[in-house]
Design a protein around this ligand. Structure first.
Ligand SMILES: C[S@@+](CC[C@H](N)C(=O)[O-])C[C@H]1O[C@@H](n2cnc3c(N)ncnc32)[C@H](O)[C@@H]1O
Length: 271
């Protein structure tokens, strides 16, 4: 693992309060009324899991739902490239009465733990940042353990990209999603896990004229992934803001495709 945050595309994730606010915006405007975390954990009993690893944990979005379901003496280790996520992650785990540990570093191709170190590994909206680590996940998982993955479908965000005047086929956001899209995930995971269960999560984000503030906050957070190098704390550049305003005025709404899929993977294959 590398020790520093070097990817400018990750700038927004170094702002946990903004990320948390955007998670609430996503929840408010989702057509799917089930919480994605509940969908991902469907049918699972996690009460015997004691060593859990959350890769690209962010501010603790998954940890909030996971931690209370783990064994009472479980330890949940969060890894994220953005150091600012440490305190909120630890807080989410601690609130559930579990032990939290946070390591700020960039996940690369190899991970520093011994074989079978974890009985639960989670990659929630993160594996597309480090897909080359997949064989390591099989190595690190205990034979009776569970890997949970949540990822987007290939065409996610296409209408958002069009609305802000970007070509979905060439945008940095599409390129990121396509590094580990839902359509390929089951096949790629099956190379390393003998049992893969897919749970589809069809969803749309619906923003109407009156929701323009939420839409702008959502777009501002996504800026570094829309225009690499742009600042998620500043004004939305006119090249993005104007087409977006015009689109919403013309159509009265913006409906963003955000179909996700969750994968429960068991029986790691020896690499
Ligand atoms: C889309 S967010 C998802 C956060 C959280 N898992 C969730 O479900 O909300 C992706 C997270 O992965 C982190 N990340 C991206 N690339 C990373 C890398 N190479 N190593 C560690 N963390 C990384 C980002 O900083 C960010 O917090």
């Amino acid at each position: 693992m590398r020790s520093a945050l070097t990817n400018p595309g990750l700038q927004a994730f170094a702002l946990p309060a903004a990320h948390q606010a955007v998670a609430a915006i996503i929840r408010r405007h989702s057509s799917n009324t089930t919480d994605i975390r509940e969908a991902a954990l469907q049918g699972l009993d996690l009460t015997t899991f004691r060593q859990a690893l959350d890769l690209g944990c962010g501010f603790g979005f998954m940890a909030e739902t996971l931690a209370p379901r783990l064994a009472p003496d479980a330890r949940l280790t969060g890894i994220d490239a953005c150091e600012a996520n440490g305190p909120p992650f630890i807080e989410h785990v601690g609130r559930a009465g579990r032990r939290g540990r946070f390591v700020a570093c960039a996940v690369g191709e190899t991970l520093p733990w011994a074989d079978e170190s974890f009985d639960l590994i989670v990659c929630s909206y993160s594996l597309y940042f480090f897909p080359a680590t997949l064989p390591e996940l099989a190595r690190l998982l205990h034979p009776r353990g569970l890997l949970l993955v949540i990822t987007h479908h290939r065409s996610s965000f296409a209408s958002l990209l069009r609305a802000v005047g970007l070509d979905p086929e060439t945008s940095a956001l599409t390129a990121l999603v396509r590094r580990f899209p839902a359509e390929e995930a089951a096949g790629r995971l099956a190379r390393y896990f003998a049992a893969v269960r897919q749970i589809d999560y069809p969803n749309r984000l619906c923003f109407h004229l009156a929701d323009i503030d939420d839409l702008q906050a959502y777009v501002r957070f996504k800026l570094p992934l829309l225009i690499p190098g742009s600042d998620p704390t500043g004004e939305i550049p006119a090249t993005i803001a104007e087409p977006l305003r015009a689109w919403v005025a013309r159509h009265g709404e913006l409906i963003i495709e955000k179909d996700d899929a969750c994968f429960q993977c068991r029986r790691p294959r020896c690499p």
